[in-house]
Design a protein around this ligand. Structure first.
Ligand code: E4P
Length: 308
């Protein structure tokens, strides 16, 4: 197992099946695994020889093999499932103590900012390297604004529009660089026939006009094409499922050429010139995938709860 997993300078050697593996020399983007299973964390660290962090969410926790086993046997109570989540992220955090671990609050369509913030405070105390995930909704942004003032590190999730990312920027002004991530969900936009990578590109371009306090974490990655394109556009961070990182490792962790192209048949999402100095409440939050995303996360979480 690699101890210090976030080594920005030079290669990090580690042994994989007797072969010496290195972090690619010119890889500036941090690589996270998108998983709720510490078993996958361990395996991918062995395969890559490094890992900069992990993102979890209610769906991924519901797919954790141990959670599934308990669900089949008896299910969880509300308290037990939070306890299970805590134990899981503690285990992950011990494996990547210098990395970042995203922990997501429970939010359905009626969860208030205050309720999210309360959960966020508690989860932030679970491990020393947490980023708390709030949905990029009006309530989530309200919670985020307060959270950064309290010094919490956050990851704004379910981002489907440039406006949402602009609101994240505006609501978290003054936060330290490294404390705020925004997660454009590229794969779910692709599923609608739109070029999700355009959204990530547009946010990166828009943030170049700003002070750099929000980092772009390209999420909802489905393929090595997504991964390579996110590298080519200079995403600060990429989170990818085990399967994609494994495939990338097996190919020898290639880095993209400058001309790397990505599924041009998808409908283009055009760039919108945006004034980042506006009040975050002036930006629009609606997107059909945003409502669906909240619903999916809360349903998957609630599916684990059998005993009140
Ligand atoms: C990570 O932070 C996101 O929750 C995740 O990448 C979503 O991926 P999906 O669209 O495959 O569920």
């Amino acid at each position: 197992m690699v101890g210090d997993t976030r080594i920005p300078l030079g290669p990090s050697p580690s042994k994989i099946g007797g072969i010496l593996s290195m972090r690619p020399k010119n890889l500036k983007t941090r690589i996270f695994i998108d998983s709720g299973d510490p078993g996958e964390t361990a395996k991918i660290m062995d395969m890559l020889g490094f890992l900069d962090g992990q993102t979890t969410n209610p769906t991924l926790i519901s797919r954790n093999p141990e959670a599934q086993r308990i669900l089949t046997e008896r299910g969880f109570s509300k308290n037990e499932i939070f306890y299970f989540y805590r134990k899981t992220v503690e285990e992950i955090s011990r494996m990547i103590p210098k990395g970042s671990v995203s922990v997501e609050v429970y939010a359905d369509k009626s969860t208030t900012a205050e309720e999210m913030l309360e959960q966020g405070r508690e989860m932030f105390a679970w491990i020393p390297n947490a980023h708390i995930k709030f949905p990029a909704t009006a309530e989530g942004l309200k919670a985020a604004e307060r959270a950064v003032m309290e010094g919490m590190r956050i990851n704004m999730t379910l981002c489907f529009t440039q406006e949402q990312a602009a609101a994240v920027y505006a609501a978290t002004k003054g936060a330290r660089k490294g404390n705020v991530f925004v997660s454009p969900f590229v794969g779910r936009l692709d599923d609608l026939g739109e070029n999700g990578m355009n959204l990530a590109e547009n946010i990166i371009r828009m943030y170049k006009e700003g002070d750099g306090h929000v980092e772009v974490l390209t999420a909802s990655i489905r393929s090595t094409d997504h991964l390579l394109y996110a590298l080519s556009i200079g995403s600060d961070i990429i989170t990818a499922p085990f399967k994609v990182l494994k495939e990338w490792a097996e190919k020898g962790m290639p880095l993209p050429e400058n001309s790397y192209n990505y599924r041009p048949e998808l409908k283009e999402i055009p760039y919108k010139k945006t004034d980042l100095s506006r009040n975050w409440k002036e930006f629009v939050f609606s997107h059909t995938l945003l409502d669906k995303g909240i619903e999916r996360f809360s349903n998957d979480w609630n599916s684990l709860i059998k005993n009140k």
